[in-house]
Design a binder for this molecule. Structure first.
Ligand code: FAD
Length: 394
């Protein structure tokens, strides 16, 4: 007989934005929830540039000043030969608007889960899952001690290195062309326009990815790079260092370094019997921007709701839980799919063509960065270029 204290409706593995949102939602809906986090501190170290869309974030939580590091008016995008296009925050997508202080934000979100009734255990690593007839036995390790808890369902919010999916029979292996390898410095005394996020494009600078600078207030900013390992000839850090040297950025003021991977290839199914995957574990980051905070939170909320419904019906079958896949696909899945198709085409675009495209679009009064607006502008300004690039839009 198990001790009643170690039996939960849901165990959430990982306390990033996806896990905390799932734990909070499930607890609010009356479930007995445990959220475990392997690190000793929620939110640190930060492996993120911390940019999010204001509108999207506000639709998920009440925004608090305490965790907003900076607010930007939009984005400046630099072509390979430094043609610049300036976009408003609304035009620029789900990474531009607020720059969070994730050390505070992630912790705040985990506290919201705790407030709703979820138990939270830090320095606790999930090390395996055994499927029992009526439940899951989840093996945990906390400060050297191993113990088991039991749950009807597990939510894997364990990030890009997810193991929960594999334990539960979902193939989460990432190939070298399905991940961006990232390095980022938090640099002070920067001399850029701090009202904007900055993005530098070009395969020479960052093969299969881009370089960014997101302001964090007081002349400091997250300066980072993502490269696709299958296309890069050297490590991401070497590309970033080369770029910073060429830009004349003083790197004697780096106060933090982070490295990490972002999945850029969504998967078809993020559910299985007694299991739901959210956020990076489900590869829900955007294939073009690599932004994953908002989708992790959205997926976490949906997963919490689906888990509550499963408990109510006492149905943890793969068939019932596939409602989760249907719901995230209806919400942000179509955008992921569309951006994956676009990313494949952009990866083949030469730096020269990218220059032409940015040059052509920079003086256009685009309503938004939708394919429709871009096509209209291109046809008007440079029909030949539109014809050359038609594959990108069809
Ligand atoms: C350099 C870089 C820059 C980025 N910039 C942006 C950006 O500007 N905007 C944006 O939207 N996205 C950005 N992203 C992506 C974003 O960080 C992720 O998409 C987001 O954090 C995903 O949230 P998550 O909750 O799924 O996973 P995570 O935030 O990765 O959280 C997973 C948690 O699970 C824990 N964990 C893992 N295994 C276990 C285990 N076995 N047991 C217990 N706990 C475990 C981890 O310690 C971690 O805390 C960036 C990523 C990188 C690497």
């Amino acid at each position: 007989m198990n001790d009643v204290d170690d039996v939960y409706d849901v165990v959430v593995v990982g306390a990033g934005p996806g896990g905390s949102m799932a734990a909070k939602t499930a607890a609010e809906l009356g479930l007995k929830v445990l959220m475990v986090e392997k690190r000793q501190e929620i939110g640190a170290p930060v492996r993120c540039a911390e940019g999010v869309s204001k509108e999207e974030l506000s639709s998920l939580v009440d925004v608090k000043k305490a965790w907003i590091a900076a607010e930007v008016a939009g984005a400046k995008i630099y072509s390979p030969s430094n043609e610049v296009i300036t976009l408003s925050a609304e035009q620029a997508g789900n990474e531009v608007g607020y720059i969070l202080e994730r050390k505070i934000f992630d912790r705040w979100l985990a506290k919201q889960a705790a407030k709703a009734g979820a138990e939270v255990m830090v320095k606790t690593t999930a090390i395996g899952i055994e499927k029992k007839k009526e439940s899951l036995k989840i093996k945990l390790r906390r400060m050297g001690e191993e113990f088991d808890v039991y749950a009807s369902i597990v939510i894997g919010a364990d990030g890009v290195e997810s193991r929960v999916g594999k334990w539960m029979g979902i193939d989460t292996t990432l190939r070298l062309n399905e991940i961006e390898s990232c390095v980022q410095y938090l640099i002070t005394n920067l001399k850029y326009d701090m009202d904007y996020c900055h993005f530098w494009l070009g395969h020479n600078r960052s093969p299969g990815g881009y370089i960014w600078m997101f302001p964090k207030g007081n002349s400091s900013g997250n300066f980072g790079i993502g490269v696709m390992p299958s296309m890069a000839k050297k490590p991401a850090k070497a590309y970033l260092d080369d770029f910073l040297e060429k830009e004349g950025v003083d790197t004697t003021h780096v106060v933090e370094v982070v490295a990490g991977g972002v999945p850029v290839s969504p998967m078809e199914k993020a559910s299985a019997e007694r299991c739901l995957l959210v956020g990076d574990a489900a590869r829900h980051a955007d294939p073009i921007t690599g932004g994953g905070i908002i989708n992790a939170m959205k997926g976490g909320k949906i997963a919490g709701e689906v888990a509550a419904e499963a408990v109510k019906r006492n149905d943890f079958s793969a068939k019932f839980l596939s409602v989760y896949d249907r719901r995230w696909k209806e919400d942000f899945g179509k955008t992921l799919e569309r951006n994956k198709a676009l990313q494949k085409k952009l990866l083949k675009m030469s730096d020269e063509t990218m220059d032409k495209l940015v040059r052509c679009l920079k003086d256009c009064d685009l309503k938004d960065m939708s394919v429709g607006s871009i096509v209209k502008a291109l046809i008007k300004k440079n029909p030949k270029l539109f014809w050359d690039l038609k594959d990108l839009f069809l």
